[in-house]
Design a protein around this ligand. Structure first.
Ligand SMILES: [Zn+2]
Length: 483
């Protein structure tokens, strides 16, 4: 069995229950309509004047009066005939059901989930048997298999997963006039942050260039050898020719206190439709809601362009803990709103995971881990698990603060720090580098990420030349290099 098979099971069961309730509803409706028409016929049938009948008869002649025909004759049907009619109706319903299934499968292929689409068709069970007895399903399946066969490894753009880009951002600047107001932290924002306009242009440009979001977990798979030992090996990602898989992540997303009043969102919330959006506090203290940061912007972009995402993947959110998460001060364990904040965050995280987002540890205190001791890392990790993982759920991804790796080795990690993180359940380790770089070892994966911030755009523009034309990207509101 493939991984996709087992992973897809609970989801399918859910879909099946949903489909079943839809069928039940339709059946109820049909019954209601029949009861209604029976009532109408018995009550008004005898009073039908010839003047009323003429238009009905002419409709009948046009072939449009089938419903009336049915109503009138149904009464006179023998039980056998009535049963045949019901059977006919059931067949029609099943045909509609199969058409809906094919539509659903086609929708999955918009985000290249051909395996999921094929599995969906194969799992069909009608009254007469499996998918193979229904020509419409067989032909849809053949079409899917044909399209799947035309996909190429990594879209033909790369020969190895190690060439795949992983780009990252911090919180996006929503109001440039506040971030770049020349106060003491403007230079930091100019170096390390990206504006909303820049981010949107980057995504548009990458989309047009064939880039497709994938999860870090899509890059490798764990295999078991003949001795029962597991090891990571590159995974296959099949995409239409010309597509380029890439990973995206966003760091911190804590909406730290130092950012207050500087033109950033203040926290994530769920809007009235249950979608993730942001809150931002204006100068007069009023709170506005909208897409003031990366998550809702990317959600909306993928909704409009499902082909920008492989199997629904979005991004990786790397969280610290020292000022809470997602704008909620969940580090204040005795705060009167702690329990409520925790529940709110859990709900936002649940919605995000459902929409393809994943989470990573960015350490608790955000310190340089190469300089800090192993004992520090042990405490830091324990605290992160206690205060953050307890809310957002388990993860095996670790994103180093400042992009500083625990080791500089080009070989296998061997430090106590690695042992601590591995023991804590982390298998993916992410530093920062200007180009794609990746190590796949038996027991872990190390992958660097490329910053797409002001420093990269203004100080090292040549490093981003392969990704986009910066002249079209850089926000005119951004100051020139001032560090
Ligand atoms: Zn950070």
């Amino acid at each position: 069995m493939t991984e996709g098979h087992t992973a897809g099971k609970p989801k399918r069961r859910k879909k099946r229950t949903k489909r079943l309730s839809v069928i039940l509803l339709i059946e109820l409706l049909v019954l209601l309509i029949m009861a209604g028409s029976y009532f109408l016929i018995t009550k008004y049938g005898m009073n039908d004047g010839s003047s009323d009948k003429t238009p009905i008869n002419s409709e009948k002649n046009d072939g449009k009066g089938k419903n009336n025909d049915k109503q009138n004759t149904e009464e006179e049907l023998s039980p056998e005939e009535l049963e045949a009619l019901r059977e006919q109706e059931r067949l029609m319903r099943e045909i509609a059901e199969r058409d809906a299934l094919i539509e659903k499968a086609k929708k999955l292929t918009l985000s290249y989930d051909y395996d999921g689409a094929i599995e969906l068709i194969r799992s069909y069970q009608g009254k007469d048997g499996g998918y193979e007895v229904y020509p419409a399903l067989v032909s849809a399946l053949n079409e899917l298999e044909k399209e799947k066969a035309s996909l190429v490894l990594y879209g033909g753009s790369y020969t190895s997963v190690t060439q795949i880009n992983h780009i990252f951002f911090h919180s996006l600047i929503a109001d440039t006039s506040k971030a770049f107001d020349n106060d003491y932290d403007s230079v930091g924002y100019n170096m390390y942050m990206t504006t909303i306009d820049e981010f949107k242009k980057m995504m548009q440009s990458m989309y047009e260039d064939g880039y497709v979001l994938v999860s870090v977990h899509d890059l490798v798979k764990l295999v078991t050898d003949e001795n029962g030992n597991t090891k990571y090996v590159p995974a296959e990602i099949y995409l239409p020719a010309g597509k380029k898989p890439f990973v995206l992540s966003q760091d911190d997303v804590s909406y730290y206190e130092y950012m207050e009043g500087d033109g950033f969102a203040s926290r994530l919330v769920l809007d009235d439709d249950g979608k993730v959006t942001c809150e931002m506090i204006l100068d007069d203290g009023s709170v506005v809601r909208g897409a003031y940061d990366l998550i809702p912007i990317l959600d909306e972009f993928v909704e409009e362009h499902p082909d920008f995402s492989y199997k629904g993947a979005k991004g990786l959110i790397a969280l610290t803990g020292y000022e809470g998460v997602l704008g909620y001060r969940t580090n204040e364990l005795t705060s009167p709103t702690y329990e409520q904040d925790k529940e709110t965050v859990k709900e936002i995280v649940r919605v995000m995971k459902e929409n393809g987002w994943e989470f990573a540890s960015h350490s608790y205190y955000h310190r340089n881990l190469q300089e800090k001791s192993a004992a520090f890392l042990r405490d830091d990790t324990e605290r992160w698990k206690k205060e953050v993982e307890s809310i957002i759920g388990p993860t095996d991804v670790y994103v180093f603060p400042f992009g500083v790796d625990i080791e500089t080795t080009m070989d296998h990690y061997k430090s106590e720090k690695y042992a601590i993180l591995k023991e804590a359940g982390f298998n993916f380790f992410h530093g920062v580098y200007s180009k794609p770089w990746m190590h796949i070892k038996n027991d872990y994966v190390r992958m660097t990420r490329r910053p797409l911030d002001g420093q990269a755009m203004l100080e090292f523009p040549e490093r981003l030349a392969d990704l986009f034309d910066l002249n079209e990207i850089i926000d005119p509101a951004r100051p020139p290099k001032n560090w």
